[in-house]
Design a protein around this ligand. Structure first.
Ligand code: GDP
Ligand code: MG
Length: 184
């Protein structure tokens, strides 16, 4: 996979690790996206499902993704701050076909952004308007409904994607990779 090789390439060069948090409502496509990004060659991949609340940790060489479902698990929110502290970048996935829950996704995004640890970091946030299917909302429309123009303190980017075909994923990951390179 070209994009992951590129990521691995610069990470190796810099000999540092990057922790990326992948969040969104349940069923927005997070697991499918991460699976698509996994290299299909011999590269080592560890998946550690964490017991207690729904967290997946996927490690590829020196890139690690922590994936969790937001919403419905509010009682675990206090535990998430542990992941916020380690994070250098966020992937926020919304199901662009799920118009009814777009407002819930916005609430979760707002909670994330106003969390003390996230508020104090200038980390890049990549949005995937996932499930680019017929009748789904455009990336522009999702960005309006999520109020992304209000994010002033962090670089952000939104891409329409289809995690099943991989469409749009490499666009987004290229952007994130470029952003991570400029993070001190
Ligand atoms: N049509 C379509 N289906 C998708 C897409 N991404 C995920 N799915 C499906 O949506 C369901 C939920 O995806 P999953 O990755 O488990 O969501 P998660 O709960 O956010 O991890 C699964 O049945 C996926 O196969 C997409 O881009 N397009
Ligand atoms: Mg999942």
């Amino acid at each position: 996979m070209g994009i992951m090789n590129k990521l691995f390439g610069w990470l190796k060069g810099k000999k540092k690790e990057a922790n990326v948090l992948c969040v969104g409502l349940d069923n927005s496509g997070k697991t499918t996206i991460i699976n698509y990004l996994k290299p299909n060659d011999a590269q080592q991949v560890d998946i550690v499902p964490t017991v207690g609340f729904n967290v997946e940790k996927v490690t590829m060489t020196n890139l690690s993704f922590t994936v969790f479902d937001m919403s419905g698990q509010g009682r675990y929110r206090v535990l998430w701050s542990h992941y916020y502290k380690e994070t250098q970048g966020v992937i926020f996935v919304v199901d662009s076909a799920d118009k009814l829950r777009m407002a819930v996704a916005k609430d979760e995004l707002d909670q994330l952004l106003k969390h003390q640890t996230i508020m104090n970091k200038r980390i890049p946030i990549l949005f995937f308007a996932n499930m680019d299917v017929q009748n789904s909302l455009s990336a522009v429309k999702c960005s309006q409904l999520l109020g992304l123009e209000n994010i002033k303190e962090k670089p952000w980017h939104i891409c329409a994607s289809n995690a099943k075909t991989g469409e749009g994923l490499s666009d987004g990951m290229h952007w994130l990779s470029d952003q991570l390179q400029t993070v001190k």
